[in-house]
Design a protein around this ligand. Structure first.
Ligand code: PMP
Length: 450
């Protein structure tokens, strides 16, 4: 199949998609997926020759951009040498990927269990925590996303959970800190932090500490709105976990591997969890891969007792070869530093400037290449531009915003009443400026709904 712009090919691709592909999270007849002809770096294009600057990194996974030649070559080389091999063997690409990951994860997270993606990583982290503690319950936050499988949708705290929640998985939700929409009547980050910790401590007390296996948190909650926690919050959760023998699981599926301008978001807060999940950025999504980084104490639990769980494709050689190449490229090309530097010097100031000029921007939050603009109808009341669970017509203002951005050549990330600014961590200053100018003009459309 050609990657050259060719409207006829595009029409055929689209027709087969519409006839046979069942899409995630979608009403099948109400969607209109773009037929993508090719991609390179921070851009992709369709079969009509229209090019888009990608401010989404796919689903926040192409941290090194599209078609990095060294990663493509590593996958090709691995395919030529050993395209696949079962997980029970020691395979060079797998051991090297685990070594490179363990070298970068904080503290003593020195063993890696590989999965095919993020949700199964969280599934296994929860299973490890339950077996390690012998306890049944798991606490997770509202305004979180942990995956689309049964256990992880139960853990997730956004409206997509509602239709699938089995309600029987021993999951208890609590409120994590989020000052802009504080559940604790807080006016400052210090208050929000202290009150959120007090709320969590009370939740633990009422649930019964000896029944709680794990607390699962995204280090920086992503899908639910890029909400960096206040300083001190994660350290406080760490203390509560230590006090009650609860396993602390940080989900870094979205925040990890450079996204926050550090290798892991945990580095920003100087906190070490007992288990840390990753996926996406570990190999920029070139081949499906995820995993759990495991502390010494939890690894010890399974030193002489089998871990009852596994996956046929755990640590797939193609995925691991892509991870080795990605991590090496990120280190050699200073990609994590690029995300930190341009996040602070370009994206942050520019987004705060947009917030001053556009009444539809309620709040700007973020770090590194991980930002969100929260769009509102009214800045005083903070009424969201569309309701929390809006679909169809009710979501029209965000759809109009997205269409305006696309008309300017920018592919925006849109979720509920927010647009997230999550370009590849390899993005250049010039590309950022081009995208931010398009965002500026699309926000004028959102302003029309205020
Ligand atoms: N955890 C987090 C924090 C995520 O952002 C996601 C995906 N957006 C997942 C888990 C699930 O990952 P996957 O879609 O690869 O199963």
């Amino acid at each position: 199949m050609t990657a050259q712009p060719n409207p006829e090919t595009g029409a055929a691709v689209k027709a087969a998609d519409r006839a046979h592909v069942f899409h995630s999270w979608s009403a099948q007849e109400l969607i209109d997926p773009l037929a993508v002809a090719g991609a390179k770096g921070s851009y992709f294009w369709d079969y009509e020759g229209r090019r888009y600057l990608d401010f989404t990194s796919g689903l926040v996974f192409t941290n090194i951009g599209h078609q990095h030649p060294k990663v493509v070559a590593a996958i090709q080389e691995q395919a030529g040498r050993m395209a696949t091999f079962a997980p029970a063997f020691a395979v060079e690409a797998r051991s090297e990927a685990a070594r490179l990951i363990a070298e970068r994860t904080p503290g003593d997270l020195d063993k890696v269990f590989f999965t095919n993606g993020g949700a199964d990583a969280v599934e296994h982290a929860v299973r490890m925590a339950r077996l390690h503690t012998g306890r049944p319950k798991v606490l997770s936050a509202y305004r979180s996303y942990h995956g689309g499988t049964q256990q992880t949708i139960n853990l997730t705290g956004d409206p997509r959970r509602w239709a699938s929640d089995s309600g029987t998985a021993g999951v208890v939700h609590f409120w994590a800190p989020f000052l802009y929409r504080s559940r604790f009547y807080a006016q400052t980050q210090e208050q929000e932090c202290a009150r959120a910790l007090e709320h969590l401590e009370t939740t633990i007390a009422f649930e019964g500490p000896a029944t709680i296996a794990a607390i699962v948190l995204e280090t920086v909650p992503g899908t639910a709105g890029v909400m960096p926690p206040p300083p001190g919050y994660l350290a406080g959760v760490r203390e509560l976990c230590d006090k009650h023998g609860i396993v602390f699981v940080l989900d870094e599926v979205m925040a990890g591997f450079g996204r926050t301008g550090t290798w892991f978001a945990a580095d920003l807060y100087d906190v070490v969890p007992d288990l840390m999940t990753f996926a996406k950025g570990v190999n920029s999504g070139y081949v499906p891969l995820g995993g759990v980084a495991i502390s010494g104490a939890i690894a010890e639990t399974f030193a002489r007792r089998p871990y009852p769980g596994g996956l046929t494709y755990s640590g797939h050689p193609l995925a691991c070869a892509a991870a080795v190449a990605t991590i090496n490229v990120m280190a050699e090309e200073g990609i994590v530093e690029n995300a930190a530097r341009l996040g602070e010097s370009v994206v942050g100031p520019a987004l705060r400037g947009l917030a001053e000029r556009h009444p539809s921007v309620g709040e700007v939050r973020g770090v590194g290449m991980f930002w969100a603009l929260e769009l509102v109808r009214n800045r005083e009341t903070r009424e969201p531009l569309i309701p929390y669970d809006a679909t169809g017509e009710a979501a029209a203002p965000m759809a109009a915003f997205a269409a305006a951005a696309k008309a300017e050549g920018l592919w925006p990330f849109v979720n509920m009443n927010r647009t997230h600014v999550v370009p590849p961590c390899t993005v250049s200053e010039a590309e950022l400026k081009e995208g931010l100018a398009a965002l500026d003009s699309a926000l004028s459309v959102a302003d029309g709904f205020t």
